[in-house]
Design a protein around this ligand. Structure first.
Ligand SMILES: Nc1nc2c(ncn2[C@@H]2O[C@H](COP(=O)(O)OP(=O)(O)OP(=O)(O)O)[C@@H](O)[C@H]2O)c(=O)[nH]1
Ligand SMILES: [Mg+2]
Length: 221
């Protein structure tokens, strides 16, 4: 269990205000896993992150620790603007994290679609994570193994997929560790299944880019 990102239990607006990169150390404590998570401000309730800032982040222009400003997007002369992003600075998978309890009341579809379109234009794969599935459904709260048996959750995933165009097999239900002290293999298997898929999508994206670059070189020769 790894608690790096601060969370907030009460805030109705976005608690995360900065663009933060998280790395995960390996068990040996000496090295890091070869992927990072970039966390950003939420999209919610008209007072979340600016879509233009998400687009800049996707292209790798946003430096770590940038504090989001609702009034204007990150400008090119800002010290947090990375003019020449490397492959590592760019985003390889876009992950939309959605509260399973409020997904049917979601008002951000247009914003989501706009961000998705930008990611698609850049060829970046997209995945959605439904969180708080324990709160969304008493059967799941009782036993997390019921996750793929509960029809109401399946319907929510299908509805979300139809609205946003993300295939149902790219939507992952997850219960986060939020009050537990000990590890639990049912919680882990959902989280790890989502993570495995995300990493696979990122790998596929990088490999496709590499093979396209090789083809371009070949054409030039
Ligand atoms: N019951 C339950 N609570 C959760 C789950 N995931 C997160 N929480 C709680 O929900 C609250 C909000 O979580 P955050 O991680 O701050 O959510 P966030 O999307 O980063 O929110 P912002 O930073 O405000 O955009 C915290 O109190 C978490 O402990 C979950 O799967 N189940
Ligand atoms: Mg947050």
């Amino acid at each position: 269990m790894y608690r790096q990102a601060l969370v907030d239990h009460v805030s109705s607006s976005s608690f995360t205000k900065e663009f933060t990169t998280y790395t995960i150390p390996k068990e040996d404590g000496q090295s890091l896993y070869p992927f990072v998570f970039n966390d950003m401000m939420g999209l919610e309730k008209g007072d979340g992150v600016l879509v233009d800032d998400v687009k800049l982040a996707l292209r790798g222009h946003m430096r770590d620790d940038y504090k989001f400003n609702r009034q204007s997007k990150l400008s090119e002369d800002d010290p947090f603007y990375n003019k020449n992003p490397s492959t590592n600075d760019k985003v390889h998978v876009l992950v939309l994290v959605i509260d399973a309890n409020t997904v049917s009341m979601m008002k951000d579809e247009i914003v989501f679609r706009d961000i998705r379109r930008e990611a698609s234009d850049l060829g970046i794969p997209q995945v959605a994570i439904f969180t708080k599935i324990d709160e969304a459904c008493p059967e799941i709260k009782k036993d997390l193994k019921n996750v793929y048996k509960v029809q109401s959750l399946e319907q929510k995933m299908e509805q979300f997929s139809a609205t946003l165009g993300i295939p149902v097999n790219c939507i992952f239900p997850v219960k986060n560790y939020h009050k537990e002290i000990n590890l639990n293999s049912d919680i882990d298997s959902l989280i790890l299944s989502a993570l495995k898929h995300i990493i696979q999508c990122g790998d596929d994206f990088i490999n496709l880019k590499k093979s396209n670059e090789r083809l371009t070189c070949f054409n030039k020769v």
